[in-house]
Design a protein around this ligand. Structure first.
Ligand code: 5RP
Length: 231
């Protein structure tokens, strides 16, 4: 499912574009499909803006020309994955702890295209997937206590194959938070959480997404569809 949705996303790319390169397993497949199209000559003069160390390394390995986020005034199209997508195309991202740069790239993009499989579609955000919040290293306990007063249960994200917490590309830590009632008003929540001292950014992506491509299995066949945004 992830592969067909990644391939479908590449059909939206045109030569000469400056392209935001998302993070996560679905975005990685998209980056590989992009590299194939560049290698075959189907796409020319593409410049990629990575959203993470992961996408930067992958793009460099695949010879995709890169340009730094700070050097571009505008990005034509950003393609990225998501952890939850609600009917109004509000998102939770940050499962890979990359949401700070992902949001910077998405905010600079003319269009944000989200690639997911059907399991990511939800009616209400944060009922299942915890909201990732990037915090300065020495503030995690203080932020956790404030979130607890907002009825949020926080877990400091721990690393695998390394003792201690996950350290982000910016050198910060991640709190994963489930709120008792989920997140009913993403716009207010995004701002409220970012107002807590010590918080750098949270994984709510509000009013940024233009189109969602969803992969699903239909009669044993993988298919891609694009749901209509519910206003
Ligand atoms: C990384 C992200 C990813 O896009 C998100 O976690 C989805 O990843 P995957 O395609 O592997 O399910 O936001 O910070």
């Amino acid at each position: 499912m992830k592969q067909i949705v990644a391939d479908a996303a590449i059909k939206e790319v045109e030569s000469e574009m400056i392209l935001g390169l998302g993070s996560g397993s679905t975005a990685a497949l998209m980056i590989k499909s992009l590299a194939n199209q560049i290698r075959s000559g189907e796409l020319k003069n593409i410049k990629g803006v990575p959203t993470s160390f992961q996408s930067e390394v992958l793009a460099l390995e695949l010879d995709i020309p890169l340009i730094d986020l700070a050097s571009v005034s505008q990005i034509d199209l950003a393609i990225d994955g998501a952890d939850e997508v609600d009917p109004g195309f509000q998102l939770i991202k940050g499962g890979g702890a990359c949401h700070v740069r992902e949001k910077l790239v998405a905010s600079k993009a003319d269009r944000l295209l989200i690639v997911v499989d059907e399991t990511k579609l939800v009616q209400n955000l944060n009922k299942v997937f915890p909201l990732p919040i990037e915090v300065l290293p020495n503030s995690w306990k203080q932020v956790k206590d404030i979130i607890s007063e907002m009825n949020g249960r926080s877990t400091l994200r721990m690393a695998t194959k390394k003792a201690g917490p996950v350290v982000t590309d910016q050198g910060n830590l991640i709190l994963d938070v489930l709120f008792n009632d989920g997140i009913r008003n993403p716009k207010d929540f995004e701002m409220t959480i970012n107002n807590i001292p010590g918080v750098l950014e949270n994984g709510l992506f509000v009013d940024l997404t233009d189109k969602v491509l969803v992969g699903k299995i239909d009669n044993n066949n993988p298919v891609v569809y694009s749901p209509t945004k519910v206003l």
